[in-house]
Design a protein. Structure first.
Length: 213
């Protein structure tokens, strides 16, 4: 089984909790011989932002015109992201909540793969059809505040967004979510909160390895 791990935090694990979640997951799963694991680090990849340059590249590709450097890079980056997602049976996302949403680099990855005819399509009647219902997803998320309360939940636009994209539009089965929250809001409890969350990360990794042994 092919597992794609999308790492979306470039802070060291000593400072970034979702980075620590990534490291913990990778350490726990590394001995699973039945899993073929690939990491896609959005901060290490060459990923120019999605915008008019990409649309220009599409047009030039159709007409056979020469592409600029950035247009070539965009097409290559988009194809690489799509190929990585296509090859995966399970996609694991390790990402933080930054300023109520996801990091811009993770958004760029999503922009590359959020494509009609690839992740979804429309029926002749205009109904959206999910095209990735054969894939599974796991979310590993960290947020320093507490966003699980009814009052704060509507403000949380990282996990909610990821659910809507990968579960809702793409149709992936979200088989596990581990969310560590509140460690900045309650610094006296931070160590216990983080350790408890990392234990749940280990369990998610073990469950993935065991279920597909």
């Amino acid at each position: 089984m092919n597992v794609l791990v999308v790492k979306a935090n470039n802070r060291p694990a000593s400072e970034g909790v979702s980075s620590k979640m990534y490291e913990t997951f990778m350490e726990e799963i590394k001995g699973a011989e039945n899993l073929n694991i690939t990491t896609y680090d959005v901060f290490e990849e060459d990923m120019p932002y999605f915008g008019q340059d990409l649309f220009n590249a599409f047009g030039k590709t159709e007409s056979g015109a020469e592409l600029t450097d950035v247009e070539q890079r965009l097409l290559a980056a988009k194809q690489k992201a799509m190929d990585a997602l296509s090859a995966a049976d399970v996609v694991v996302f390790a990402f933080p909540l930054w300023n109520l949403t996801i990091p811009a680099k993770l958004q760029t990855f999503i922009d590359y793969v959020y494509a009609a005819g690839f992740a979804f399509k429309y029926s002749p009647e205009g109904e959206m059809i999910q095209l990735m219902t054969d894939k599974k997803a796991i979310f590993l998320n960290a947020r320093g505040g507490v966003y699980s309360t009814p009052e704060a939940a509507p403000m949380e636009m990282s996990v909610n967004y990821m659910r809507n994209v990968f579960g809702g539009v793409f149709g992936m089965d979200i088989i596990d979510e581990v969310i560590i929250e509140g460690h900045n809001a309650a610094p006296d409890q931070a160590e216990a909160i983080i350790q408890e969350g990392l234990e749940r990360v280990k369990e998610a990794a073990k469950k993935l390895a065991y279920q597909h042994a």
